[in-house]
Write a protein that binds this ligand. Structure first.
Ligand SMILES: [Zn+2]
Length: 277
């Protein structure tokens, strides 16, 4: 497998296929973490009052879409995973965000939440064009804030493939969001869930010395090359090593680090509202 970046992370365009997402969605828990709940609430609070029709592109299992149904006159969820779409309770369409089956300006608002960072290169430019073609007034985008794709990557213990554990293939920051749509201007840009972050050289040092686990393989991770996942493999020992280190890190090192090492606060996500014109 080719490594394409200086950090040795292989993030090929074809890494996360449609079939891969079908399998991944079948393993994604329907429960929502408190962090994600906060992001969803903040996203919903940004919807302008004069929006009556909403298209949620890449709606996944409808964790946002299903909440909109009773509040707006028309709500549609579009998603490329049949597996995810099973959970969507509003009008739903199996489709791709780079080919929206609607006339121009069909919806007051298009929601695009936690989608753009997943899109392969062949889909991404078309997706940006399609979203602004079909949105009449507004677009809301949420993405991880300034994610270091290499740092959130793992090595598959079975085939040694390196991949981003959240299946992300691109990273966004404030600057990149500002010029995202040529026909829409940025009206509001919010940070969501500020967390303390340590300087990256300290994290690298802690991983190098073994104080932090180098590449913990979470139970939610699914290898795009060989299909390995720790939850289905029965290789509990791999998880045990990781969790012992994690416990040490959580109990002793993190409280100590919080006291001694200066941190910067950084939002986990960016939430952007755009308006046509
Ligand atoms: Zn693998």
């Amino acid at each position: 497998m080719k490594s394409e970046s200086a950090k040795g992370v292989s993030l090929r365009d074809s890494t996360f296929t449609d079939e891969y997402y079908e399998q991944a969605w079948s393993q994604i828990a329907s429960s929502i973490s408190s962090q994600e709940e906060e992001r969803i609430e903040q996203t919903l609070s940004l919807i302008p009052g004069d929006s009556s029709s909403i298209l949620d592109v890449g709606c996944g299992d409808g964790r946002i879409t299903n909440r909109l149904n009773s509040l707006y006159s028309k709500v549609v969820g579009l998603e490329s995973s049949r597996e995810a779409l099973r959970h969507v309770k509003v009008e739903k369409i199996l489709g791709s965000v780079d080919s929206l089956p609607f006339p121009n300006k069909s919806f007051d608002l298009i929601l695009c939440c936690e989608v753009l960072e997943h899109l392969p290169f062949r889909v991404y430019p078309g997706a940006i064009e399609e979203i602004q073609r079909v949105a009449a007034k507004y677009i809301i985008v949420t993405v991880p804030n300034n994610e270091d794709l290499g740092r959130s990557s793992v090595v598959c213990p079975h085939c040694s493939c390196v991949f981003n554990v959240s299946r992300h293939v691109r990273s966004f920051n404030q600057e990149r969001l500002k010029g995202l749509f040529s026909q829409f201007g940025l009206q509001s840009l919010q940070f969501c869930l500020p967390v303390k972050v340590y300087p990256s050289f300290l994290i690298k040092g802690a991983k190098f010395t073994g104080l932090l686990p180098k590449n913990p393989f979470p139970t939610t991770a699914l290898c795009p090359q060989c299909g390995y996942s720790s939850s289905s493999s029965g290789e509990a020992s791999l998880r045990a090593i990781t969790s012992d280190r994690d416990r040490l890190s959580v109990r002793l090192l993190r409280p100590l680090a919080r006291r001694l090492i200066p941190t910067k606060k950084r939002g986990t996500w960016l939430i952007a509202l755009y308006q046509r014109g």
